[in-house]
Write a protein that binds this ligand. Structure first.
Ligand code: 5AD
Ligand code: SF4
Length: 439
């Protein structure tokens, strides 16, 4: 038998890229590749890129430039670019960086084996199509290796919302939902391999409408199907759009025990004027009323969100409205970004905010968010929470995992195994994690 070839994948950006990288590694496993954590050993290097913010393409080119020496030493080394930068730049990547052998967009990953074979014959391989066939069906079925207790599972991909700042509808394409039976069989397979928590992924996951045995199913209906899988203990989903937060999904947060009390629901801005320019099709008020309804169904739910500051034409008053909204929601987690122009998106054409002003706003928003995050986390002290243990902690004897609310929790000298789901009493709150004792 020939020696396995080594594959090094570097993943940037969102959780869907993490999921996609796993699928690509599995697909190339069929070509005799095993994964390595070290680029220097690799026979193939794949960069799975993200295009959502700031100079993404430039970062990829500079990263690629660093492989020059390695490729000179190892002429057989193949270098590939996948992900949203691959989709957006396409052939341009090979023109600008001749080291690159392979460019593959997110909808063509099932073509990787044949593309890899082409590069082995000395050719270049490019595929940025949006094909008709189901890439996930063609990617699956590799050795049933044991897995850690948590996993991602893509159920929906692409987006039809066209927020004025966002590249996703262009790089990931139109919104598509995977059929229910395929998701259920993938979930059962994960559980057989040791997974106890599944996070359902989609750029617009709550717009899910996959084909079921009797017509299309909503995300809530899919969650209820997953709820029946023995051994699956926790279900999460991300990312949601406020306008797709249906009644049945809100209700499931109150009634489905396996559905975790955590919801990532980006609002982007608290100003209606800016939300309109962002093409968000909801208002600050409608968002706040929605959260009221969600909290009525599940009072302890931890809310999380995304914000963009310095969107074109954002005034100080608009920004103040964002601060007001944050004060009102009290997020347990929130992610805030300075607006960055994405070529080809409508907002790129609008008058830009002074970058120093945008920096200042970002700092002010982050200070407020950090305060709330800390106070939500501190409020866990004295409470008993469930923790799914995922890995040893930094100190000897320590074990770490996540609470239902997604807080990192560690326990000293705990007699627990990876994959155990145990009740823990929280005794202390530090900057980024909680400390507890087994209850
Ligand atoms: N500039 C800054 N932030 C952006 N996001 C998306 N596009 C941009 C952009 N052009 C943020 C949004 C989104 C998150 C994933 O990234 O807040 O919810
Ligand atoms: Fe981008 Fe999300 Fe808006 Fe879709 S809903 S365009 S993915 S920000």
């Amino acid at each position: 038998m020939s020696k396995p070839k080594k594959l090094f994948i570097k993943t940037y950006g969102c959780q869907m890229n993490v999921y996609d990288s796993e699928r690509m590694a599995e697909a190339l496993g069929g070509q005799g590749y095993v994964e390595t954590q070290c680029a220097d050993d690799a026979d193939m290097i794949l960069l799975n890129t993200c295009h959502i913010r700031e100079k993404a393409a430039e970062k990829v080119y500079s990263e690629l430039g660093r492989f020059k020496g390695l490729k000179a030493e190892k002429p057989d080394l193949k270098i590939g670019v996948a992900g949203c930068v691959a989709q957006a730049e396409g052939e341009e990547i090979m023109r600008r960086q001749p080291l690159v052998d392979l460019v593959v967009g997110p909808q063509s990953y099932h073509r990787l084996p044949e593309m890899e074979a082409k590069t082995r014959q000395g050719g270049k391989a490019l595929n940025t199509d949006f094909p008709e066939e189901d890439k996930f069906e063609q990617l699956k079925k590799r050795p049933k290796a044991k897995r850690g207790p948590t996993a991602f599972l893509t159920v929906q991909e692409g987006c039809d919302k066209f927020c004025a700042f966002c590249v996703v509808p262009y790089t990931r394409g139109a919104e598509v939902s995977r059929p229910v039976d395929r998701i259920l069989s993938e979930a059962r397979d994960l559980v057989e391999r040791g997974v106890r928590e599944i996070t359902l992924l989609g750029q617009n996951v709550n717009a899910y409408h996959g084909a079921g045995p009797a017509g299309d199913m909503t995300l809530a209906q899919l969650i209820w199907q997953l709820d029946k899988i023995d051994g699956l203990e926790r279900i999460r989903f991300t990312t949601s759009h406020p306008n797709d937060m249906n009644d049945d999904l809100i209700e499931a947060h109150g009634t489905c025990d396996k559905l975790m009390p955590y919801l990532h629901l980006p609002v982007q801005s608290g100003s209606d004027r800016i939300l309109k320019r962002m093409n968000r099709s909801h208002t600050a008020e409608s968002y706040l009323r929605l959260i009221e309804r969600i909290r009525a169904a599940r009072p302890d739910i931890l809310m999380s969100g995304d914000f963009i500051v310095g969107f074109p034409e954002e005034s100080e008053a608009d920004f103040q409205a964002t601060l007001d909204l944050v004060e009102e929601v009290k997020y347990g987690y929130a992610y805030s970004f300075k607006y960055s122009t994405r070529p080809g998106t409508p907002a790129a054409e609008r008058p830009q905010v002074d970058p120093a002003e945008a920096d200042d706003r970002l700092q002010r928003l982050q200070a407020l968010i950090t305060r709330d995050q800390r106070s939500v986390q501190d409020s866990m002290v004295g409470r008993e929470v469930k923790v799914l243990f995922e890995k040893p902690g930094r100190l000897p004897g320590q074990m770490g995992g996540k609470s239902d609310y997604l807080h990192a929790v560690h326990v000293d000298d705990a007699d627990v195994e990876i994959g155990d789901l145990r009740r823990v009493r929280i005794v202390d709150s530090a900057a980024n994690s909680l400390r507890g004792v087994l209850a």
